[in-house]
Design a protein around this ligand. Structure first.
Ligand code: PLP
Length: 446
């Protein structure tokens, strides 16, 4: 089947996620047919450096035969069985053990899901169940942040703080309250980063007091906001948030769906920021995206309550801990350990990206170039001296993204913020190539 036939069928029958369906019809999709290492290839034979690791997930890169072998072996042996009631299977159990070895010390249990969104649905239920079991059912409110992303299910998007998502699809899940995000470049430049980070933490405390501390169940946040724009909070933010949370009887949920599994140069973002979460939703890099799997890691305080006092938890998914997905995830983690992937991000690739990416600060279109581990962002500005943004937000970012894609690099745009999160197995030479392609796209955008 040729490209045009495929594009026509795509247009006729396929609605893409997070896409203007009509605009897609006019242009036609670029069809990705295969991938190897850090490159995807389209149906025209073009190689494209995948600066987004798919959707922040293909951490080990494409074409890892060991993962394919783990999947096929498991599909032959036991393609499906569930973990409901009193059955389980080896891949789920072994993956649970491995995750608890890698997670912070107080984390010793996992509940599997099929995705990050399902993980956050599970979080919402666990948080409220926990407080009900503690005899405090009035603790219902969950504080989240504007512009956070926690998934696309109704609970996930309600926990998230994406205004365009909230504007579609009717009432949100009640009992979720959003506070300002620690996005210094976008919202805090009238203060120092330090003062702004503290002010954002103070906003959480103010909200706790407004809602009534007896009514607040949890605070949920990504260590670094991913989909919102690769927003690394000011250094003062997390220590100040920790101080606030320590004063009140509430749970901390750290969404590790993007930051988990090496992205920031530690196994979990919580370890990078020295956080002690009660619940950690995970997905994406857990299996390097080869098969869909997610979960919630539970700290002892929540796990013990749910286990000892909870009785049956009426919650679960057909594919919770799916054998083939679990087998691939386990192999993925074993390879990451054997190859020292996380340490390489921390000690070599992360610092190298920071150096090379930082050079883009000099570009006339760039107001800020920031990175942490293997996640980076560029803030596009119309006027470098004043930092003034473009009048029509979206336009410059989308243009730059399209120019990148046309010239062989996947970068994502969120408004006028350009994002990268390449596979963790990228080499220094490939980082050089990525930076050169990004610079070229910036020149063409200018
Ligand atoms: N949480 C975070 C921080 C995410 O970035 C995402 C997806 O991008 C999700 C949750 C939802 O995960 P999924 O798309 O697997 O449902």
């Amino acid at each position: 089947m040729n490209l045009h036939d495929l594009q026509a069928l795509d247009r006729a029958h396929h609605l893409h996620p997070f896409t203007d369906f009509k605009a897609l019809g006019e242009e036609g999709s670029r069809i990705i047919t295969r991938a190897e290492g850090v490159y995807i290839h389209d149906s025209e034979g073009n190689g494209i450096l995948d600066g987004m690791a798919g959707l922040w997930c293909v951490n080990l890169g494409y074409g890892r035969e060991e993962l394919v072998a783990a999947a096929t072996r498991q599909l032959r042996e036991l393609p499906y069985y569930n973990n409901f009631f009193k059955t389980t299977h080896p891949p789920a159990v072994r993956l649970a053990e491995k995750l608890c070895q890698l997670a912070p010390e107080h984390v010793n249990h996992v509940f599997f899901t099929g995705s990050g969104s399902e993980a956050n649905d599970t979080v919402l239920r666990m948080v409220r169940r926990y407080w009900a079991l503690k005899g405090k059912p009035e603790k219902q409110w969950i504080i989240s942040r504007e512009n956070a992303y926690h998934g696309s299910t109704v609970a996930g998007m309600s926990l998230g703080g994406m205004a365009p998502m909230h504007a579609q699809g009717g009432p949100l899940v009640p009992g979720i309250s959003h506070v300002r995000q620690p996005y210094w470049f976008g919202e805090g430049r009238d203060q120092s980063p330090k003062a702004f980070g503290r002010a954002c933490a103070a906003a959480i405390e103010a909200r706790i007091l407004e809602l009534g501390e007896d009514n607040v169940a949890a605070f949920i946040a990504e260590p670094v906001q991913g989909a919102g724009g690769a927003i690394m909070p000011p250094a003062s933010y997390w220590p100040a948030v920790k101080e606030v949370l320590a004063k009140y009887d509430m749970l901390l949920v750290v969404d590790e769906v993007i930051c988990g599994f090496g992205r920031l140069g530690e196994w979990f973002g919580s370890q990078y920021y020295d956080l002690e979460p009660d619940l950690m939703p995970i997905a994406k890099g857990l299996s390097s995206g080869y098969l869909p799997i997610g979960g919630v890691l539970l700290g002892d305080r929540v796990a013990e309550t749910l286990i000892e006092e909870g009785g049956e938890f009426f919650h679960g998914f057909t594919y919770s801990g799916h054998p083939a997905c679990a087998a691939v995830a386990l192999k993925n983690l074993e390879i990451m350990q054997a190859e020292g992937v996380v340490e390489r991000v921390r000690d070599d690739l992360g610092p190298y990206l920071a150096e090379r990416w930082g050079e883009l600060t000099e570009h006339p279109l760039v107001g800020e170039a920031r990175s942490l581990g293997l996640m980076g962002a560029l803030e596009l500005v119309a006027d470098k001296a004043s930092g003034r943004r473009f009048d029509k937000r979206l336009a410059a970012g989308n243009l730059c993204r399209d120019l990148c894609f046309a010239s062989g690099l996947v970068m994502r745009s969120v408004g006028d913020t350009m994002i990268i999160a390449p596979p963790l197995v990228i080499t220094r030479e490939q980082i050089d190539e990525l930076v050169a392609l990004a610079r070229r796209a910036l020149d063409e955008t200018a």
